[in-house]
Design a binder for this molecule. Sequence first.
Ligand SMILES: NC(=O)c1ccc[n+]([C@@H]2O[C@H](COP(=O)([O-])OP(=O)(O)OC[C@H]3O[C@@H](n4cnc5c(N)ncnc54)[C@H](OP(=O)(O)O)[C@@H]3O)[C@@H](O)[C@H]2O)c1
Length: 210
Amino acid sequence: MNISIFGTGNMASGLAVLFAKAGHAVTVSSRDEAKAQAVAAELGNGISAASFIDAAGAAEAVVLAVPYEAAAEVIKAAGGLEGKIVIDITNPLSADFSGLTIGHSTSAAEEIQKNAPAAKVVKAFNTVFASVLQNEGKAGGQPATVFVASDDENARNAVANLARNAGFKSVDAGGLASARYLEPVAGFNIALGYGLGHGTDIAPTWQGIA
Ligand SMILES: NC(=O)c1ccc[n+]([C@@H]2O[C@H](COP(=O)([O-])OP(=O)(O)OC[C@H]3O[C@@H](n4cnc5c(N)ncnc54)[C@H](OP(=O)(O)O)[C@@H]3O)[C@@H](O)[C@H]2O)c1
């Protein structure tokens, strides 16, 4: 799969390496193209760099690894992402990480879908800490779970396969409105990891689902 990752930070770098090691063609993009070039060179594994618009043009899937508040801006810079699988890993966190800025009757994923109406938005990877990515997708020594939600069944299955192929367990979370649940789960994971001192070698899963 040709995968374009928007962002050069912790999540972007971790996912880029896991996807590249799994055999995908991976590009990273930044608003600062020199930074994207430098990060791609540092990550190795055949990962390249390109502008948002160039990377999006060639991509089958685009990962939004930027703050939720920047999503609309990068979607615009990429020309709207029509027809693309758009993997939304964002969590709409308050500045002090103590809560979510939206929820209940919508979610970051649904707002992103409104901004990219012709894209196939898939919520995934938002409940996985960046340090778990550095650890080959494992938390507590076990493959972490990626919950996958989308209104497009083919896109949902493609991202579930992508996650499994990169070493994770995947759970089908149904339609995109499930992001209203998945984003608070990520908030709870942060509360457990940072607030309650369990650290970041943890990940939520669902017992009884194979
Ligand atoms: N960290 C985690 O454990 C974790 C876990 C699950 C989900 N997430 C979500 O993953 C996303 C990325 O998190 P991260 O930890 O990787 O963050 P990060 O390390 O701070 O990286 C953020 C990236 O977003 C870019 N960015 C910020 N504002 C931008 C804008 N206005 N326009 C374009 N690019 C912009 C930054 O580029 P510059 O370098 O140019 O500023 C950087 O490449 C967030 O939505 C977060 O909620 C994080």
